[in-house]
Design a protein around this ligand. Structure first.
Ligand code: AMP
Length: 249
């Protein structure tokens, strides 16, 4: 079974983001970037399935700047077999990524597509769902377990009320949630090995995909600064303040 995994390059989640001076977005110049954490979980899942003998090939795909090659190399150091960079300097939105993935799926013919449940830079949580819609394939989002079994996959989804077990027909799209697994650390020998793995670079035009943004960002602003807290003597004082100052009860 061939698996396709989408990996996005994002600002390292440990870095405190800063809004650009012109309010057009967040600063990414000279900022530490990393593989999106949910994409890392998606790659780990594919690698575990390969180690279990269920998966034969893992192809990782990234859409974005040339620097996304580093992200693909990280995924290959984790165990992915090869990478595809769809290179563009456009700030791609979920629909554009989904269209690119559709074109790659047509070329690669995978039985399973694993995406992260969301990218931590835009928190969209849309791309996996859009791919499934464009392909007309079944989807299982926010999964904490996936077990392919012949031409179906048994999945467990994390939903508000608890866990949902589903059997979906393959080919399908699944999106990885936090508890699916704990990604491995990449080792130096594997980083070295990953440098030799194949990495294809193509342009969206070659896939006949228009990646132009459909949404316009009007302005990005810092959240309002929080005032300092106060310590109250007792519950009566708290109730009094909530009633008469905050006027929320
Ligand atoms: P989003 O819908 O933007 O929250 O992203 C959800 C998932 O879609 C991510 O975890 C990735 O697996 C995939 N994805 C989003 N953007 C990209 C991108 N530019 N390149 C590759 N995969 C992406």
């Amino acid at each position: 079974m061939k698996v396709l995994v989408g990996v996005k390059r994002v600002v390292d989640p440990n870095v405190k983001v800063r809004v650009k001076a012109d309010g057009s977005g967040v600063e990414t110049a000279n900022i530490k970037m990393a593989i999106n954490p949910f994409c890392e979980i998606a790659v780990e899942q594919a690698v575990r399935m390969k180690e279990a003998g269920v998966v034969t090939e893992i192809v990782v795909v990234s859409v974005g700047l040339p620097q996304c090659q580093e992200t693909l190399r990280t995924a290959m150091a984790m165990g992915a077999d090869r990478g595809i960079l769809v290179e563009t300097d456009v700030d791609v939105q979920p629909l554009a990524v989904a269209k690119v993935m559709k074109a790659i799926i047509a070329k690669e013919n995978p039985q399973l597509v694993i995406m992260g449940k969301q990218a931590v830079d835009n928190d969209c949580n849309q791309t996996g769902q859009m791919i499934a819609a464009l392909m007309g394939w079944p989807q299982a989002t926010h999964i904490s377990k996936v077990e392919p079994a012949g031409d179906v996959a048994n999945v467990t989804r994390e939903v508000d009320g608890g866990l949902e077990s589903l059997t979906i027909k393959l080919p399908a799209v699944v999106t990885a949630d936090l508890r699916l697994n704990e990604p491995r650390y990449v080792t130096l020998p594997n980083i070295m090995k990953a440098k030799k793995k194949p990495l294809e670079v193509i342009k969206p035009d070659a896939l006949c995909v228009d990646v132009a943004p459909r949404l316009t960002t009007l302005k990005v602003v810092e959240p309002a600064k929080r005032g300092s807290g106060v310590k109250l003597a007792d519950v009566a004082e708290l109730v009094n303040k909530l009633k008469n100052e905050a006027k929320v009860i």
